[in-house]
Ligand binder design. Structure first.
Ligand code: LHQ
Length: 257
């Protein structure tokens, strides 16, 4: 059984973490395959990436059996070769990435979800910064992402206590975008991905880049960056189509160009 399922359909790359009996915990094979599938998602045929989990869970983070396996990758390689390249790829992808959190997201699983551009969750899902419970520190970008999403104090407490946050609470905190009823969750999440896949892809990519830059810039620098990227957006075919469609009182047809 392949640990990551991959399918491109209607401009959406569906990436499904697929070790359901282990709550989709990452082993090396799965982490490397995930990187490969994120690279394949750079294709122009993909205008949105959708990441979810098979079965009950989204992802339980690192497979803890692998860290004690003498033939395993070893602690020194897990961040540099597994998780850092995954989150860097998600942040660098020039298209929106949706995390469809169908069940529990723990440890690296939670932080991979939280670094995506749009995070939605089923009512039955939850988020756990599980690291402290086993003596580790949060990784996969979580120490950068979580305080920016929910503020220093809530992030610090959740990371130290390792409390489980329900999907509803995660939405209330601003950790995620929306919660949907579990029964209709995948339908609603795919609807969001479908909408994104039909939008001006380059404009969304520039939005993602400028938003990311804001973590390190001053307000004045950010105004300048917006100016630079707005000029780029204005060069796209989709911008011309968007304005034309508005003026002609019709629906735009964006091509991601
Ligand atoms: C698992 C796992 C799992 C293996 C559930 N591994 N089997 C970076 C640097 C280097 C090293 C370490 O890691 C990292 C990054 C990290 O991600 S650290 C954090 C690692 N993850 C955790 O500590 C979470 C561990 N799992 C849990 O706390 C619970 O399983 C959660 C809260 C996710 C779910 O709880 P329950 O709903 O009660 O399910 P369960 O515990 O019964 O798990 C279901 C099955 O999945 C079970 O297998 P079994 O054969 O007994 O049915 C678990 O053993 C397996 N599983 N997580 N991480």
């Amino acid at each position: 059984m392949t640990p990551v399922l991959f399918e491109i359909k209607n401009g959406i790359a569906f990436i499904t973490l697929n070790r359901p009996e282990k709550f989709n915990a990452f082993n090396r094979e799965m982490a490397l395959l995930m990187q490969e599938k994120l690279d394949e998602s750079k294709s122009d045929s993909v205008r949105c990436v959708y990441i979810t989990g098979a079965g009950k869970a989204f992802c339980a983070g690192q497979d803890l059996a692998e860290v004690v396996d003498p033939n395993g990758p070893g602690m020194q390689r897990i961040l540099s070769e597994h998780y850092n390249p995954i989150v860097a790829r998600i942040r660098d992808l020039e298209k929106p990435v949706v995390a469809a959190v169908n069940g529990v997201a723990a440890g690296a699983g939670a932080n991979i979800a939280l670094c995506c551009d749009v995070v939605v969750a089923a009512e039955s899902a939850s988020f756990i910064q599980a690291f402290s419970k086993i003596g580790l520190i949060p990784d996969s970008g979580g120490t950068h992402t979580l305080p920016r999403l929910i503020g220093w104090q809530k992030a610090s407490a959740l990371m130290m206590l390792g409390d489980k946050v329900t999907a509803a609470e995660a939405e209330r905190l601003g950790m995620i975008y929306k919660v949907f009823a579990t029964d209709s969750f995948s339908e609603e999440a795919v609807k969001i991905a479908t909408t994104l896949s039909q939008m001006p892809t380059k404009g969304l990519a520039y939005t993602k880049q400028v938003l990311s830059m804001s973590f390190t810039t001053t307000f004045e620098e950010q105004l300048n960056d917006e100016d630079v990227f707005q000029q780029k957006a204005a060069q796209t075919e989709d911008y011309k189509e968007g304005v034309a469609a508005f003026l002609e009182k019709r629906q735009p047809v964006f091509k991601g160009k």
